[in-house]
Write a protein that binds this ligand. Structure first.
Ligand code: F6R
Length: 614
């Protein structure tokens, strides 16, 4: 987490850095800071809270102090120390000459600190980053060269870092370094940029160099030099960046989350267009590099992911097992790691991640790689660390997702999982041709059915308003929609801060039912299919305890009409594809409740979009 931006060129650095940081706020938004460096002067501004607080401080500044054409900036998601102004980056050495911003965690900072204190370093913050500032400053005193100082200092650091570093005595350069944290260098004409992610610089350049682990870069206005860990000058490819600046606009919607929810019909079309021509044509998945022989040997699948991606994985278990009969285990990445997981070369390990940067999942994938399992990565970021670890890569192409709460990326993950399940099924010895063609047919109807829900959200808005003052919420479902209940509850709690829990409907009576009374809304997902009647019975049990019942369903008969206090009727859809339709109702419900409560929908408290710490 945390976002860093650096600029060196001809323009006023502060404008470019602040704009860039505003596009990186999804990485953390509890405090921010910038350093503006010109010949022999460095001005540092920091503020706790959102970036706007920093902008206000800078607005009041003397124009001369902010006229520098080089600088570095940071938006923080606190790991070490409270989100205060003192702990905000940039950090400096004692005299303020060496200035650094950092994304990542220096794991051995406690080992390094006493030695530095003995040498006279005066620590002002509680951060791990300040250790790096003092360490590099000491190396600089010895070597009198910032590049060499950084190259030497990073050898002593353990953990993860993306750094941008400046020194008052050499304002014509920024040194950048990376290990296990993303970093790109944007290439301009007489100007260059440093950033944690593409959105920060896409307005200014479409060309960038991806810095790899253990590389150190010297960035000047008219040159970029990259060095490997042995100090050799190397050449990294200049790549074309995939995004358009338009992706960063709300396009008239009040929040990015609402815009992204409404983008989902197109996300589905996009996911299917090159893969499923019609229900009878074989699925095309060019990205999957599993040979026929390898496919035949797969006897076990493990899906590892976190949060919303984990819920997509849980849907995947139902779909893959249904279509292929291969056993699938789904586990939170943070639980998969640090135990002896049972996997071998005949295990297919699927990592799912929107960002491709999630530290827990990266560690889990590394662990699976050591067991020679085939690694399939399903991600929205083809350029991410996880994508680079993949044996097969399934890019979900949802487009940039700005809202911290994942919506369209979940949809794209689901669609790609459906496609992959179909692909596996088509490669089994005795594929169930009818089941495969039915699911393809249903998937192709999905965009128009999503549009039916999205074109009239009045009922969902009214229900949201009615229940927006609830303190708790329960979501229930069975079978393939149990993950939908989990995801609906997660969406609601992360953006509205209402305590919401998803349960398998059959589990209600094993404990949670004790919480039910007239103040507790229970949202039930009922799809006409094998478990429909069972969920109905569980709804009756909840109603008998006076809970307020909300139904999300594609079918209610006359005799059950009065069971529900409120209902959202969705279009007819098969059970197996229904999670992709139901979830939109739950996303809208969470969105409108949070909106009525006046919450910061796109940037909920304490969260960050990309969780790069374990
Ligand atoms: C919820 C949400 C998080 C992420 C989780 C994994 O809306 O966004 O729960 O799903 O942090 O992130 P990725 O998918 O980037 O690995």
């Amino acid at each position: 987490m945390c976002g860093i931006v650096g600029y060196i060129g001809k323009k006023r650095a502060v404008d470019i850095i602040l704009k860039g940081l505003s596009h990186l706020e999804y990485r953390g938004y509890d405090s921010a800071g910038v350093a503006l460096v010109s010949t022999d002067a460095a001005h540092i501004y920091k503020a706790s809270g959102k970036l706007n607080n920093l902008k206000e401080i800078i607005c009041l500044e003397n124009k001369e102090n902010i006229s520098a054409t080089a600088g570095i900036g940071h938006t923080r998601w606190a790991t070490h120390g409270l989100p205060t102004e003192t702990n905000a980056h940039p950090h400096t050495c004692n005299c303020g000459s060496l200035i650094i911003v950092h994304n990542g965690i220096i794991e051995n900072y406690k080992d390094l600190k006493p030695e530095l204190e003995k040498k006279g370093c005066n620590f002002k913050s509680q951060t791990d980053t300040e250790v790096a500032a003092h360490l590099i400053a000491h190396e600089f005193e010895e070597k009198k060269d910032l590049l060499k100082a950084v190259q030497s200092a990073v050898k002593k650091l353990k953990g993860a870092y993306a750094f941008s570093i400046m020194h008052k005595s050499c304002p014509e350069k920024i040194i950048a370094a990376r290990k296990n944290a993303p970093l790109i260098i944007g290439i301009g004409d007489g100007e260059n940029f440093i950033a944690s992610d593409i959105p920060a610089i896409i307005e200014y350049t479409k060309k960038a160099i991806y810095v790899s682990d253990n590389q150190v870069a010297e960035v000047k206005a008219d040159s970029v030099k990259i060095y490997d860990e042995n100090g050799n000058l190397i050449e990294n490819k200049i790549e074309n960046l995939p995004f358009e600046p338009i992706a960063l606009s709300k396009m008239g919607y009040k929040h990015f989350m609402l815009k992204e929810i409404h983008e989902q019909p197109d996300v589905v079309r996009n996911a299917l267009v090159d893969k499923i021509k019609d229900e009878n044509a074989a699925i095309i998945l060019d990205d999957v590099k599993l040979s026929k022989e390898k496919l035949a040997k797969i006897n076990r699948i493990q899906i590892i992911a976190c949060g919303t991606s984990l819920h997509a994985g849980l849907v995947g278990k139902y779909v893959i097992e249904e279509l292929t009969k291969i056993p699938v285990d789904v586990e939170a990445s943070s639980e998969y790691i640090y135990r002896n997981t049972i996997a071998d070369e005949n295990t297919l390990v699927i990592g799912i991640s929107q960002s491709g940067e999630t530290a827990d999942t990266i560690t889990a994938i590394k662990q699976a790689k050591e067991k020679n399992s085939h690694i399939l990565i399903i991600t929205n970021r083809k350029d991410s660390a996880m994508a680079r670890m993949a044996d097969s890569l399934l890019p979900i192409n949802a487009g940039i997702e700005v809202s911290v709460a994942a919506t369209k990326s979940y949809m794209a993950q689901l669609l790609n999982i459906y496609c992959f399940a179909i692909y596996l099924a088509e490669h089994t010895k005795n594929p169930d041709v009818k089941a495969i063609s039915d699911i393809k047919k249903e998937l192709l109807t999905l965009p128009s059915k999503l549009e039916i829900i999205l074109n009239d959200t009045k009922n969902i808005q009214n229900i949201s308003k009615k229940y927006s003052n609830s303190k708790d919420f329960i979501f229930i479902a069975r079978g393939i929609n149990y993950p939908s209940a989990l995801e609906g509850a997660l969406k609601l709690k992360e953006i509205s801060y209402i305590n919401a829990t998803g349960y398998p409907a059959g589990e209600l009576k094993h404990g949670p039912i004790a919480m039910l009374d007239e103040t507790m809304p229970v949202l039930a997902i009922l799809n006409k299919g094998v478990v429909y009647d069972k969920v109905l019975s569980n709804c009756e049990e909840a109603k008998a305890r006076q809970a307020k019942l909300i139904g999300v369903t594609n079918f209610i008969d006359e005799k059950h009409k009065n069971l529900f206090d409120d209902a959202v009727i969705i279009p007819e859809i098969s059970d197996i594809v229904s999670p992709a339709l139901n979830i939109v109702v739950l996303q809208l419900l969470a969105y409108h409740i949070a909106e009525y409560l006046g919450k910061d929908v796109d940037q909920p408290r304490n969260l960050a979009k990309s969780v790069t710490v374990e």
